[in-house]
Write a protein that binds this ligand. Structure first.
Ligand SMILES: [Zn+2]
Length: 180
């Protein structure tokens, strides 16, 4: 298996030339931005399983283009927004990327194509891309499919009657008393 440090500085053009796919298992702890969004109380996080294949695609009358297919499967613990307990969230990534020479080309062509465009770097960070894609797949409001509901303590808190006067009522009272 390719070590993580090597996955962060891949020579994609050479890999595509060889036609050799890469695959691996990466611990969520290796991806700090993703890790920050996970439920830290859950210690059962499984490694992320991924496959990557770089390939050259010939084009008639133009130079060949470098493409990358990235697939990944993960089950990551997120905090359920209803009961606040960890909820295992299955995530899938299956995307094609096409490499271009510069940010300008990427911006110019981005609207007209379905694939994602990336600028080709001599040392390509595959784990950074994997992390980007998993972050995009995270649900905005993670929740158990079958959730026991909000914790009792929080429910009681929001329903408890407040002794403090409602600030809007106070304002209304001031308005009423002020002379016009
Ligand atoms: Zn829940």
């Amino acid at each position: 298996m390719t070590p993580d440090s090597a996955l962060r500085k891949l020579n994609l053009t050479a890999l595509a030339q060889e036609g050799r796919g890469l695959s691996g298992r990466t611990e969520p702890a290796e991806l700090p931005r993703l890790c920050a969004d996970l439920d830290q109380s859950d210690q059962s996080a499984q490694p992320i399983v991924w496959q990557a294949l770089a390939q050259w695609r010939e084009r008639p009358g133009a130079s060949a283009q470098l493409w990358l297919h990235l697939r990944a499967q993960a089950q990551l613990p997120l905090s359920c927004q209803r009961c606040l307990a960890p909820a295992l969230q299955p995530l899938q990534v299956d995307r094609w990327f096409r490499f271009v020479d510069s940010e300008e080309v990427a911006q110019a062509e981005d609207e007209d194509c379905e694939e994602d465009l990336l600028v080709l770097e001599p040392q390509f960070d595959l784990l950074h891309l994997l992390e980007d894609e998993l972050l995009m797949e995270l649900p905005l409001v993670p929740m158990h499919e079958r959730c026991a509901g909000p914790p009792a303590a929080i429910e009681n808190l929001s329903e408890a009657p407040s002794d403090r006067p409602n600030p809007f009522a106070v304002l209304a009272g001031l308005k009423k008393n002020s002379p016009d």
